[in-house]
Design a protein around this ligand. Structure first.
Ligand SMILES: Cc1ncc(C[n+]2csc(CCOP(=O)(O)OP(=O)(O)O)c2C)c(N)n1
Length: 287
């Protein structure tokens, strides 16, 4: 079980990721805010507690890997990387600008700490499987983590990959679906209903769990259970809210790629700063 202190630390980390990401989006004036925010709590648990990484040695061959297949969530991954010390936080404000190392979608050739280039939906499952298989062949004691979008699960490649990972008994692959119920142009259930997603992965031969994707302790425990599962890849379906943590984004129906007014950014940055201060105070009270 994860202690309350460690949970609090991860809540602070998650809020800092949201804050830094929102600052970068606000400077740019637009971006994929919804899907970047819904995955932040999982990024906090992965980078804050779970992943075996060394920011000073980003290409360490024995590290754990993260493939963010929904590559448009790059901006929140960059914030997690900068806070962990992979590069200077100031760089975050160059998001998606000419000459930047931080493009709107993840690019392993541009950004220190990004393990796989993504953006063409569906492909990340195949590359993550390749990484996990390769690491197993090399007898490395590490995990590959994979983040998929729910709309992305409309891609046939996801299900080809799901079959193959189970066939290969890839228990060093731990995957998430960010089930925020929305995709680019509407509700996932109206465009191509995914139904009971964890049951589907279970039928494909995966160890499948479904949890609240904003509950830090639940995310931690689900990963722990996945690591204990032998002979099968793991899927953790995350029930999430698109835009989580930024009120004005949560309130929008279409919040996939949005423009951000000065008033909206001012309001949401002040909400996030207040949350950050409150959490820090709670943390100090726990000492
Ligand atoms: C192969 C492919 N088709 C279409 C797109 C355009 N596109 C970018 S994001 C997106 C919606 C993705 O929805 P979802 O996976 O649910 O992401 P989230 O809601 O978490 O942002 C689409 C269709 C793409 N990037 N790749």
């Amino acid at each position: 079980m994860i202690s309350n202190k460690r949970i609090k630390k991860l809540e602070i980390f998650a809020t800092e990721i949201r804050l830094e990401t929102m600052k970068a989006f606000a400077k740019l004036g637009f971006g994929h805010v919804g899907g970047a925010m819904s995955i932040v709590d999982t990024l906090s648990v992965l980078y804050g507690e779970i992943m075996k990484i060394d920011p000073a040695n980003p290409k360490w061959p024995d590290r754990d890997w993260l493939v963010v297949s929904k590559g448009h969530a790059g901006p929140s991954v960059y914030s997690a990387l900068a806070i962990k010390g992979y590069f200077d936080k100031k760089e975050l404000l160059t998001l998606n600008m000419p000459g930047t190392n931080l493009p709107s979608h993840c690019d392993r050739n541009k950004t220190v700490g990004i393990d796989m280039t993504t953006g063409s939906l569906g492909q990340g499952i195949s590359t993550a499987i390749g990484v996990a298989l390769g690491n197993r062949m090399d007898k490395r004691d590490n995990y590959t983590y994979l983040i998929l979008g729910d709309g992305e699960c409309d891609e046939g490649q996801i299900w080809e990959g799901a079959l193959f990972a189970a066939h290969q008994k890839l228990d060093n692959l731990i995957s998430f679906v960010d089930y925020n119920k929305k995709q680019l142009d509407g509700m996932t259930c109206e465009i191509n209903d995914l139904g009971d997603l964890d049951a589907k992965f279970h039928e494909f031969g995966w160890h499948a769990q479904r949890i609240d994707g904003h509950d830090i302790a639940a995310i931690y425990e689900a990963i722990d259970e996945a690591k204990k599962t032998k002979g099968k890849p793991s899927m953790i379906v995350l029930d999430t809210i698109k835009g989580k943590g930024c009120c004005f984004v949560e309130e929008m129906y279409f919040n996939h790629h949005i423009t951000i007014s000065q008033e909206q950014s001012k309001r949401t940055l002040s909400e996030l700063e207040n949350r950050y201060t409150d959490l820090k105070r709670e943390w100090e009270d726990m000492q």
